[in-house]
Design a binder for this molecule. Structure first.
Ligand SMILES: Nc1ncnc2c1ncn2[C@@H]1O[C@H](COP(=O)(O)OP(=O)(O)OP(=O)(O)O)[C@@H](O)[C@H]1O
Length: 237
């Protein structure tokens, strides 16, 4: 459900970004907004800049100019350390490659963001109990969660641990970069059911990236990269 009292979970205006050393290659977004509680699918071909855009929204990279507001707070003007703390509190991220710590346990992986986010840690309460409640809801067996290290899990199990890590402590914005790409169609539908249910329970807004248009009907709205962003490429040599 969309909360209209606080209009935007995410607002980008006149954003311009260049990768270091690639001045002629840039990504521009004139305006993009997501309402609180919305579930938005971001579609785009490989190389269209989806992951780059997510890195800007998460504050991992900073644009050369423009405004990026999460829950009404401007991220672009923040010093890098403040931006890192803000990201840990406000944004749960499911990375394309999951980025789990291979030699840490599944539970310790899930608890990791809470180390840098005191408000989120307080919301989670007892971290271990919260982590296991999430993984139960995401369909991970307790014996899987008892694995001493995350690298012993299957890809699908790692994916669920990565989602639990993003959701723990109910951050206001969940960013997921192609989290269903390793799943067959039946598992994808089931995974989205679980993800949506957990986002609703946490009151989190969801922005999910995919190149799979068939997922669009499941979302409140789908947006194509080419409709919100312009890529400027270097001239061919
Ligand atoms: N670290 C980097 N340094 C320089 N250029 C980069 C870097 N990361 C990505 N790019 C460039 O940015 C462009 C967009 O890449 P990006 O990964 O954002 O696309 P994408 O839409 O997420 O692709 P995919 O669906 O294949 O993951 C590519 O041309 C790539 O070469």
């Amino acid at each position: 459900m969309i909360d209209t009292d606080t209009p935007f979970a995410l607002a980008l205006d006149q954003v311009e970004f260049h990768w270091a050393g690639r001045d002629a290659f840039g990504l521009r977004v004139s305006g993009f907004r997501i309402g609180r509680g919305e579930r938005v699918l971001l579609l785009g071909e490989s190389g269209s800049g989806k992951s780059t855009l997510l890195s800007l929204i998460c504050g991992i990279n900073a644009p050369a100019r423009g405004s990026i507001r999460v829950d009404g707070t401007e991220m672009v003007s923040m010093p890098a350390a403040a931006r890192d703390r803000f990201r840990a509190e406000k944004i749960g991220i499911v990375f394309q490659q999951f980025n789990l710590l291979p030699y840490a346990s599944p539970v310790d992986n899930i608890l990791l963001p809470l180390c840098f986010a005191p408000d989120r840690r307080a919301r989670a309460g007892d971290g271990r109990t919260a982590a296991l409640a999430l993984t139960d809801a995401l369909g991970l067996a307790r014996h899987t969660m008892a694995s001493p290290t995350a690298d012993r899990l299957s890809v699908g199990q790692q994916q669920r641990v990565a989602v639990a890590r993003a959701l723990i402590g109910a951050p206001s914005l969940i960013i997921a970069d192609e989290p269903t790409s390793a799943l067959d169609a039946g598992s994808q539908a089931n995974f989205l059911d679980l993800l949506f249910a957990q986002c609703s329970a946490a009151g989190s807004t969801l922005l999910m990236v995919s190149h799979d248009e068939r997922l669009a009907p499941r979302f409140d709205r789908s947006v194509r990269m080419e409709d919100i962003a312009t890529l400027t490429r270097e001239a061919a040599a």
